[in-house]
Design a protein around this ligand. Structure first.
Ligand SMILES: Cc1ncc(COP(=O)(O)O)c(C=O)c1O
Length: 385
């Protein structure tokens, strides 16, 4: 049937008129300044071979999980991987989800209850917002990274019998900046609020690569962490880290865990192999991919300053560096210029970001060379300042 209701056609037209129509284009060839593959793990032969060996050793020769974890979809490998992830992250327990999106949806959809309150950063990722939308709890956003606004809201909403959940990201996916997690955890502890940290863009990047909560030794202070595997770990899936009783609860009530086919075993083997690679990074010292990524991040920042571009870049110490070029048309044209010159840099348009905050989003990787960073910023400087 070749029909779309007129109201939906109108929405598409509005997107198109606003230069904001999304489409799945051809893959862009060019120096990678846009993927989330911060450490190059996606193409790691070591991880690929190790995952194959894990499957061979366990004689797992299947193409799919065959069902939900609660029915036929569980394999010994899953619990082994969860135990390993929990140990690496110094958590009591880990529970695998099919993606970070599913983890946020499942967690936020079932943990905060009617009568509870969720306080979330105004720049929270869509998966956090969608999880909150499913929840029966009341939700209020606090100003981006503002501890004082968060404190005001906690004071306003904390009442006898009401649980207050605070949700933030260790590294914000569009701005690349970080909250003061130590201050936030301290405030949550003082006011008995429960802190949830999405570590999607912090794992593999911050500290020794295990995320911000571990970098600041806040494992005991946070209620739950969400770690995702599709970014620096270069594979697919996610886990909620927390207490055993919390994961027991999720197994019983998180709908995106219960009512879906489990990850295929080869995905889980890849997650385990990627975690082994991540955990072994600390023994590789300066040659580790994490150390190379961190030195590239510093180099990129220095080059931005040297080339007089600091005014348009948002402050960031993570792998995400956003150069504000307001207006969908303008930022699309800028990305096009960089792509034609051989750099894969993507525009982030409104409504993904607020109107007026459209930007080029540079993702820095362990494998980007100094020359590549110099060249892309030289070109950017010809039209961005
Ligand atoms: C902060 C944050 N949380 C969760 C997700 C979702 O993770 P996944 O890609 O595994 O669904 C993303 C990915 O875009 C993200 O940036």
């Amino acid at each position: 049937m070749n029909y779309l209701p007129p109201s939906l056609q109108k929405k598409l037209l509005e997107r198109s008129n606003g230069q904001a129509l999304r489409s799945i284009g051809k893959p862009i060839k060019g120096v990678d300044f846009s993927s989330n593959d911060y450490l190059g793990f996606t193409t790691s032969e070591t991880i690929y071979k190790r995952a194959s060996r894990l499957l061979n050793d366990k004689r797992i020769e299947v193409n799919g999980a065959s069902g939900s974890r609660l029915l036929t979809g569980n394999h010994g490998l899953y619990q082994e991987t969860e135990a390993f992830i929990a140990q690496v992250h110094k958590a009591e327990a880990a529970l695998l989800f099919n993606s970070g999106y599913d983890a946020n949806l499942g967690f936020l959809g079932c943990v905060p209850q009617r009568g509870d309150v969720i306080l979330y950063d105004e720049l929270s990722h869509a998966s956090i917002r969608d999880g909150i939308a499913i929840s029966h709890a009341k939700a209020y956003k606090f100003r981006h990274n503002s501890i004082s606004d968060l404190e005001r809201l906690i004071d306003l909403h904390k009442k006898e019998g009401t649980e207050v959940f605070v949700v933030t990201e260790a590294v914000f996916s569009m701005d690349g900046d970080c909250p003061d997690l130590v201050a936030m955890a301290d405030m949550c502890q003082r006011s008995s609020a429960l802190l949830i940290v999405d570590e999607a863009h912090a794992v593999g990047v911050i500290g020794n690569g295990l995320g911000s909560v571990q970098e600041y030794a806040l494992e005991i202070a946070v209620f739950a962490r969400i770690v995702t595997f599709g970014k620096a770990l270069g594979c697919h899936g996610a886990a909620v880290l927390g207490s055993t009783i919390l994961t027991d609860y999720l197994i019983n009530f998180a709908r995106s865990f219960i009512y879906t086919t489990a990850l295929p075993p080869h995905s889980v083997a890849t997650v385990q192999a990627a975690y082994e690679a991540l955990a072994s990074q600390s023994t590789e010292g300066k040659n580790s991919a994490i150390a190379q990524l961190q030195s590239n991040i510093i180099l990129f920042r220095n080059l931005v300053e040297k080339k007089g571009l600091s005014g348009c870049f948002m402050p960031s110490e993570s792998a995400i560096h956003s150069c504000l070029l307001p207006g969908n048309k303008k930022v699309k044209a800028a990305a096009d210029t960089l792509q034609k010159a051989g750099f894969d840099v993507r525009p982030i348009l409104s409504p993904t970001v607020p109107s007026g905050k459209e930007r080029l989003r540079f993702c820095i990787h362990s494998f980007n060379s100094k020359e590549e960073m110099e060249e892309v910023l030289n070109l950017l400087a010809t039209f961005a300042v």
